[in-house]
Design a protein around this ligand. Sequence first.
Ligand SMILES: Cc1cc2nc3c(=O)[nH]c(=O)nc-3n(C[C@H](O)[C@H](O)[C@H](O)COP(=O)(O)OP(=O)(O)OC[C@H]3O[C@@H](n4cnc5c(N)ncnc54)[C@H](O)[C@@H]3O)c2cc1C
Length: 233
Amino acid sequence: MGRGLLAHGGCLIKLEKGLYGQQANDVMFAPFTLISKEDIAEGVVAFEFEPADDTPLTRSIPGQYVTIQVKVKDGIRQPRQFTLVPSQEGHRRVVIRKDPQGEVTPILHEDINVGDVLEISNPYGDVVLDEGHGALVLGSAGIGTTPIVAFLDRLAKEGSQRKVTVLHADHSKDRWPGRQIMERLVDSLPNGRMITWMETPGDGDYEGFMNISEVDLDFDQDTTAFMCGPLPS
Ligand SMILES: Cc1cc2nc3c(=O)[nH]c(=O)nc-3n(C[C@H](O)[C@H](O)[C@H](O)COP(=O)(O)OP(=O)(O)OC[C@H]3O[C@@H](n4cnc5c(N)ncnc54)[C@H](O)[C@@H]3O)c2cc1C
């Protein structure tokens, strides 16, 4: 192994130690009990968990995700990442779209029930809001709403005066995960507005896939933009 690679490996180990050091515990996964399971849009379920033991809970930063492990049919534990959305203090809440061809999400939707215990990691991820005052453009499509909901909740709780433009694209209003909460949070922001693109005619401000050239985003050099979601297939 070359010296450069060794030095690089050392940096990564240090970085990893730093990430673990920010946690309130030293476990990779802790047990959590599912306490509610709620349909929130077509094919989308919100799962809320509470700790099943006394492992200290790391506070999450809005935008971070957890890894949930699920035992699949061949007995192997499969991990998948899910963004944390606002929940009661001390709980973990995630919103999950079922991929009918997927390995883990059909199990979560169909076989995991209230009272079941799953292994959930500490929160990780650095796609989080900055502390600045600049304008924000928060774009999402489909299940990409989960970090946007977490950001909007934080901005609303802080009473933020930032100019916030939310852009969302979806198949229809019924398939839009977290529509009501997003509408409520944007309404509560004094400088918030939302623009939507829906494939179903009449459901959004614009029809079809998101096309930002259709709107005046009024960007300036202090604007930060986040885009979360799939590209049209
Ligand atoms: C940071 C992060 C945050 C996320 N947050 C969320 C969230 O909040 N909510 C949410 O619902 N999801 C979220 N996801 C996505 C989530 O982690 C899963 O990837 C997703 O739910 C699919 O999981 P699955 O096990 O059901 O599907 P998988 O088994 O992973 O399969 C996904 C798709 O790939 C296809 N596929 C699998 N293997 C092959 C192959 N060999 N060749 C071709 N195609 C193949 C499958 O048919 C399926 O359609 C997030 C992902 C990341 C990385």
